[in-house]
Design a protein around this ligand. Structure first.
Ligand code: ITT
Ligand code: NA
Length: 181
């Protein structure tokens, strides 16, 4: 999975809790594009499995902003790299509806099993960036139930709320049950 070290560390922490050890697959960045993160996650996992033939986990995510009808969603990575945090804040200037959700889909392939699970966290886009931890849009997102942005949280704290922690936890706990049968 992933070249994004932050993402990897978040996934690893959840995996550890369930007794799994996950390793980064550096260089294996597959350019699957789709307007559904579920499709990206599932297709990338299958493609990666064809290449490496080992059990693996692929997670794909995006930020869905209510006032922008779900944009940037599956295009979050591109939007982050182009207009960035400041560009997104600009699109929301003068908008009082700040609601947004992060969504995540984790696919685990562990033959004969293929498991696809979703995770979501909803909250608000702040008026300006706060905090320098995490990655991507973390400095401008506060999950419901917290005053802090993800950028102001430790990895452990972010994982108590995050879309990614939820989808990874669901997928790996499902795998665990299947392996025990
Ligand atoms: P891959 O190499 O695995 O593709 P990525 O950086 O593209 O990693 P994602 O597919 O998970 O990461 O997410 C796409 C973009 O959405 C990502 O670049 C961020 O800008 C944003 N994003 C996703 N999850 C996030 C999170 O937990 N915190 C902040 N931004 C996030
Ligand atoms: Na991605």
């Amino acid at each position: 999975m992933s070249d994004n070290i932050h993402k990897y560390e978040e996934v690893r922490a959840v995996a550890r809790e369930l007794g799994f050890d996950v390793q980064l697959m550096p260089g294996l960045k597959l350019e699957v594009q789709s307007d559904s993160i579920e499709e990206v996650s599932r297709k990338s996992a299958i493609l990666a499995y064809l290449l490496v033939g080992r059990p693996l986990l692929v997670e794909d995510a995006g930020l869905y902003i209510q006032a922008l009808r779900g944009f940037p969603g599956p295009y979050s990575s591109f939007v982050y790299r182009t207009i960035g945090i400041q560009g997104v804040l600009k699109l929301l200037e003068g908008t009082s509806d700040r609601r947004a959700c992060f969504k995540s889909v984790t696919t685990v392939i562990y033959e004969p099993f293929i498991i696809v699970e979703r995770g979501e966290v909803c909250g608000f886009i702040t008026d300006s960036p706060r905090g320098s931890r995490g990655f991507g849009f973390d400095p401008i997102f506060t999950p419901e139930g917290s005053e802090k942005t993800f950028g102001e949280m430790s990895l452990e704290e972010k994982n108590r709320y995050s879309h990614r922690a939820k989808s990874v936890y669901s997928a790996l706990s499902k795998l665990k049950k299947m392996m025990e049968q």
